[in-house]
Design a protein around this ligand. Structure first.
Ligand SMILES: *Cc1c(COP(=O)(O)O)cnc(C)c1O
Length: 398
């Protein structure tokens, strides 16, 4: 394992990251970078952020010792309960932070892309609470899979725009949001929802999500007087994972494992396992690993979970994989469904399908670690949004 060396001033993580954005966006990205630099360690800003995280989101989210899973899997399993945040996932940690930055920049309008709809709901929520005009882009395929979240966004007063280009999923919604931003940049802030995009987004999103890992480390130490053997999180663009891992990144004895979506198999178009199967390229303004063909054309991703269905990954993950600090594995659609059912039955928690990927691998890892070892799984979100899709897939076999 190599030592971690960041060059965050330029927005690079090793060779990954950077700012490969059209000229029209460069000034907005520099403005955001400057504002963030100014407020990152500003007491008043952080007091405000912490006020909302505590009194609106409900932080700190608990760590739950999963008694039945631990017994069944033969290892102590702890769950970091991001599903208990207001709006039901980790996304709101980032949208509150970025909405506060937008207000500091005097921007009157926020836009966002969304896959599973969780980031869209979290953005629509802060748009309502802070009284900022909100526009959300969502692929039409995802609108079908995630109808509940689409309705929620509209109820919250956001203007929801369906995207039909490409595969009509997250990549296409992101491209459309970037186009909107380029046209309206003077009065609009683009709240990127994962640790992706041009610098400074991957750093900003990671910092706002790092509360997951910082709290987890503190809570776990208080409970057990130890550090866990391993920490597991699912990886779409990589925001819940990087937020979780960041709290433990310097603890070299703690294994960190990111779980990607293996979809229906290894063939191109059948999965979203960017780190295991991707190659270096450029997507949405950043240099990272991307699922692409021989000509460098992006190959559509697939996952049962809309939130993991993205052909790129945050550049910091590409870097952490390259130096061997984080292990990345993949879990298939059917394995995720199996874990989904198991978590419902054994712990009384209906997880998001994204999260279910982390659980399937958690089970494998628990068997490998064995008794008296401790494992934390990031329970990134709850599964209400997925119940009709799971019912469609499983029929009466729930
Ligand atoms: C959006 C989402 C993910 C995937 O996004 P990351 O940026 O990789 O965290 C995972 N879990 C849930 C519940 C989500 O809503």
């Amino acid at each position: 394992m190599k030592d971690i060396e960041y060059n965050e001033k330029k927005g690079y993580f090793g060779e990954f990251g950077g700012r490969y954005a059209p000229e029209i966006l460069t000034s907005a990205l520099i403005e955001l970078e400057e504002v963030y630099k100014k407020f990152k360690n500003n007491k008043k800003f952080n007091d405000k952020l912490n006020y909302y995280l505590k009194n609106y989101v409900g932080r700190p989210s608990p760590i739950t010792y999963a008694e039945r899973l631990s017994k069944e899997w033969g290892c102590n399993v702890y769950l970091k309960r991001e599903d208990l945040n207001h709006t039901g996932a980790h996304k709101i940690n980032n949208t509150i932070g970025q909405a506060l930055l937008a207000l500091e920049m005097g921007k009157k309008r926020i836009i966002a892309e969304t896959g599973a709809g969780q980031h869209g709901v979290a953005t629509a929520t802060v748009g309502a609470m802070f009284n900022i005009e909100t526009v959300i882009y969502m692929g039409n395929e995802d609108l079908r899979r995630q109808e509940l979240n689409a309705i929620r966004m509209k109820m919250l007063g956001a203007n929801l725009i369906g995207v039909s280009s490409g595969t009509a999923t997250l990549k296409d919604a992101t491209s459309e949001a970037m186009r909107d931003w380029a046209l309206n940049v003077s009065h609009t802030h683009y709240i990127v929802g994962s640790a992706i995009g041009p610098h400074p987004f991957p750093t900003i999103v990671r910092d706002f999500q790092s509360i997951i890992g910082i709290e987890s480390r503190k809570q776990f130490k208080k409970l057990t007087n130890k550090l866990p053997s391993a920490v597991v999180a699912c990886v779409g663009g990589g925001s819940n994972a990087i937020g979780m891992f960041y709290g433990f990144i310097k603890d070299k004895d703690v294994r960190l494992i990111g779980v990607e979506a293996g979809g229906r198999g290894n063939l191109p178009g059948e999965h979203s396992a960017t780190i295991s199967q991707g190659k270096i390229g450029y997507l949405h303004g950043t240099k990272t690993l991307i699922i692409q063909d021989e000509q460098g054309q992006i190959v559509p991703a697939h996952s049962i979970s809309a939130g993991l269905d993205y052909p790129g990954v945050g550049p910091e993950h590409a870097y952490l994989a390259s130096i061997g600090r984080v292990e990345y594995v993949s879990v298939s659609d059917s394995e995720a469904l199996e874990a989904f059912k198991e978590l419902c039955r054994l712990e009384g928690i209906i997880p998001a399908l994204e999260t279910a990927h982390a659980f399937y691998y958690g089970k494998k890892l628990a068997k490998e670690l064995g008794k008296n070892k401790n494992l934390i799984i990031c329970l990134s979100g709850r599964g209400d949004k997925d119940v009709s899709e799971v019912k469609r897939l499983l029929g009466d076999n729930l």
